[in-house]
Write a protein that binds this ligand. Sequence first.
Ligand code: ZN
Length: 260
Amino acid sequence: MTDPFLGPDEPDPVAFENVTGGSVFFLTCDHGGRAFPRRLGTLGLPAPETLRHIAWDIGIGAVGQQLSRLLDAAVVLQHYSRLVIDCNRDPSVASSIPEISELTEIPGNRGLSDEERGIRVEAVFRPYHAAIATALDRRAAEGRATALVALHSFTPVFKSVSRPWHVAVLFNRDPRLAHALAELLRAEGDLTVGENEPYAVSDLTDYTVPVHGERRGLPHIEIEIRQDLITQSDGQKEWGERLARLLPAAYDEFRRGWPG
Ligand SMILES: [Zn+2]
């Protein structure tokens, strides 16, 4: 028998906080963690690479936890690095386990067999999304309204190009909640707000919003915050407080515009 992929002393892929929180908002941090299963080492990367944005969404887990406390909202965080497997990408897409990220080659991801890919899917990806699906099923069974908020952060410089946005809202088939929040973010007066830039939601580049938001018909939004704004605890607190103020207002706008 082979050893289990994750040892009994290694972190569970899913961290669920405030699961019974009373808020309409349900928060996810698909790229919140940067742990590597012991069995994979650091995928052949020098240690500093495992701290960079290629390994995780810097700062977003702390913002998610802050928001969870301020809104009394459930938050689900993924512990393992997106380089182990990207939990916001369909596992059938090649880049779900990237061989190259930005300009960095990931030696431990090169030439994986289907079996090796499958082990990561089952050990990390599936339990994470099963936890989200179970929690959303339970809320639906209880007749609770839910708005899904997928939290991410983006690097201020990508492939040597600086990015001007402080924050961005992303969407695909249903822009309603995203538009409402974008207007409120712009009204803050001190922010450059992207809409579907530097990224947009799609079925190939995302999983959480298409599967748990769109398919269930839940109001949803994907939020990206620039990493240099939330690297330190004061910025994390500031953004937690800002979004805790604006998200409920955006949801009210959403409900006013589209009754029922
Ligand atoms: Zn992300």
